[in-house]
Design a protein. Sequence first.
Lengths: 325, 284
Amino acid sequence: MRRRHMCLLAATIALPFLAQPAWANLVYVSNEKDNTVTVVDSKTMEVVKTINVGQRPRGITISPDGKIIYVCASDDDTVEMIDTATNEVVGSLPSGPDPELFVLSPDGQTLYVANEDDNLVTVIDVNTKGVVAEIPVGVEPEGMGVSPDGKTIVNTSETTSMAHFIDTSTHEITDNVLVDSRPRFAEFKPDGSEVWVSAEIGGTVSVIDNKTRAVTHKITFEIQGLRSEQIQPVGIRIAADGKKAYVALGPANRVAVVNTETYEVEKYVLVGQRVWQLAFMPDGKQIISTNGLSNDITFIDTETDEPIKSVTVGQLPWGVAISPN
Amino acid sequence: MTDIASRVPIGRSRFGVMNYLVCLKGILIREGLRYLNQRERFISSLVRPLLWLFIFAAGFRQVLGVSIIPPYQTYVLYEVYITPGLCGMILLFSGMQSSLSMVYDREMGNMRTLLVSPFPRWFLLVSKLLAGVAVSIIQVYAFLFIAWFWGVKAPPSGYLLTLPALFLSGMMLGALGMLLSSLIKQLENFAGIMNFVIFPMYFASSALYPLWRVQEASPLLYKICLLNPFTYAVELVRFAFYGQIEWTSLAVVCGFTIIFIAGAIIAYDPSRGLVIKKQEGGNN
């Protein structure tokens, strides 16, 4: 018995040394209440810089070449650009009023912004910094997803409880799919076959087939000891190999790990309070969650799905984007 | 032991290291055999912390909430927080149980066999202590093994790094038990140990709640917790799980171990010990 224990121990000692990230990446976190973006070194897991940005920064993303960070400054009605070489704000884009969340086309040329107050999706050319089109959508648009081929974007409108499929060549809505109450976020599978839409009040994630544009699965969550209304799915990220999806569950303080083949929750990872958005490290070995009410972010190992460390950032961290190197 | 005793003149102990080892081995084997013969003891020593883990911790999970305090790097469930405390609990009960067995041995006369050995008294007591700690550490690992399946996981290396911490804490608590056993006259008095030593030590410590939370509730209780050596044993084990050394705890645990062992040696010394004094008192 004892000898078996010792063997087990010896075998497990080597494990933690194997799963270290090779390169340090910079993690950019938008702090909604602080009007700042916190920059965290992913290797040392320490804050290296705090950048002042416009009022109420929420949605945040990075250009495919990793040179520019885009941040929605919701109360300033602009999208600000941060140069990742200097970590300074270098310019801004017109975004229409109250931009909350946006998505960048895969080629990095076009930004699709949800304007919560105006029931619009604004299409912006990042090179000319001009508005290309304004697409009327449902009430309180928020979630934005883009297909890997860039031909389709999906916008969710919170009050209408719909996912609107928009053709990016015509800027017209082609399909409207009814989902559960208060859809917050839309994420395409890396192969473009499905769109996952989270419903904050409904407490579910609807899986929509991209071909038929119909809901094929509904993922529900259940955590022992938590009331169902505390489980509010928001941010979703699907791993590059398409096998696992991570869903931030808001006030449940957990990130759900979902098997994309069985649509079953495999694990709930404990993170900070009111977990909102997620982002993968470029190598996919870690995923980072923003925990709004506890003012921190949590690094999660995607191999073991264990939380590694929580790092304090600014007040009310909302979104997160990670530079490639 | 009797072999050696016959070869070496009694009175002056001039034994080689090998002789000491033979003696130690004898005591270890005896303690091990006694342990193996008492399956109930093994099971009960596992059931106790497991009940706390499965029932108490599950219920308190939501009530106590989560916060990050060293050595934790991120949020932990209450089950994870309470586990080092439960390891300490196993060591504490085990230490006290050895004290119970000392009293039992004394009443049954087995103790005499041990104490008439020509080896120095301190060596016999420390050997007995080591034997008790070895047994209790096996219990701790059995508990951790089951807890692993319950989802209570420390970093894998922590399971090895915590071994010295468990050993030191076990020595401290075992020595305390030994010191107490010299004070108890009869087996029946063991219930007193339970009420006046085990429970206060366990509850007034950082085993169940983080000290900052205790301080919020009652500053007096917080001070009591800080005076309780068991708090430091638990913290030493807790930090060791994450590959860290809590130096204050280490110093306190080492200090108390030395004090308790010295106390036990003095108490069991026939010429000045408390045992003899008490017996005299009892005869009056």
